[in-house]
Design a protein around this ligand. Sequence first.
Ligand code: MN
Ligand code: MN
Length: 383
Amino acid sequence: MTDTTERQVPQPIRDGQGATDTGPRSLAVDLENPDVLVPPEQDAGTMPNLKFPFSQAHMRLDAGGWAREVTQREMPIATTLAGVNMRLKPGGIRELHWHLQSEWAYVLEGSCRISAVDQEGRNFLEDVSAGDLWFFPQGIPHHIQALDKGVEFLLVFNDGNFSENNTFQVTDWFNHTPPSVLAKNFGVSEADFAAIPQSELYMFNGAVPPPLESDRIVSPTGNVPSSFKHSLDSQTPLRTSGGNVRIVDSTNFAASTTTSAALVEIDPGAIRELHWHPNNDEWQYYISGKGRMGVFANSGHNRTYDFGPGDVGYVPFAMGHYIENTGDAPLRMLEMFKAPRFEDVSLCQWMALTPGELVQHHLKVNDRVMDSLRREKQPIFRP
Ligand code: MN
Ligand code: MN
């Protein structure tokens, strides 16, 4: 082996500990997870798995596109939220449906038309494109249809046990209702329902819809009181020394009462500071760039995980963590919570606002650290 080859084939060796891996091994997986193959020496103890790539999730292929999900079944620790990544071809329709959970969505690419009708007959119809969000409350019926360039998006549901394969589909219900009942319900004859599809449509082909305004129907009870659409990317980000963040929760997107999020961009070499969340678990989706997350679980337990585009990460309630950009491009990721408000506690801010001599009794840090703490009284990721 030449020097160059040895450098390209990482080995589970750190400071004389460990030994070469003679195989069988998956070099591609090892290269993507350098902190799993060779953990930092501070990592210790047994931890739950906190990473699952969408690339390892089952792909459901259908006429209108594809969908895959990362739920509690893929990542058992992830009990609060579940995610679906879906692509619809131009004109492709995600069938009219509803479900037990609320649905929060972020458009990754392209654009689509979405609709909903609430419990008071108030309706909603909008077009959304890359960088926009939508939110449908639990039990409210809705649809998604790609516009002329197709669409790809991330859906996040407020229950780790959600499955995109267990939603209430309109065709499924029509199919399982006797035609005599349908005839009575709609005041027409049984024969009028002869062409109902024999199985659910789920994701199917459709014609690209007409301009938004020509598709609108005026409801006697008006529009939904809080729009189900929000433009996250057009929100002015909070800039910090190491990146920027856009926080969206029920305070600036009133409809989203069950789900809060932060779209974080970390500069190359920078970190999302050491922190934790005092309200709930964190479900993460990595959009672009490369990074690693260290998670501290108390009692000497700590583990480091590597992330790239399309990966899902998870941080159980209250565990301390940081995310470091290990690549040479910005790291973009979503932090999501089953909570009406985004909340975090900064380690720096806690130390800065605690009497200095008390901090020194614990950490034995020098004046340089204490001076730095005093400059950090402002929270780093908060308006
Ligand atoms: Mn849905
Ligand atoms: Mn966090």
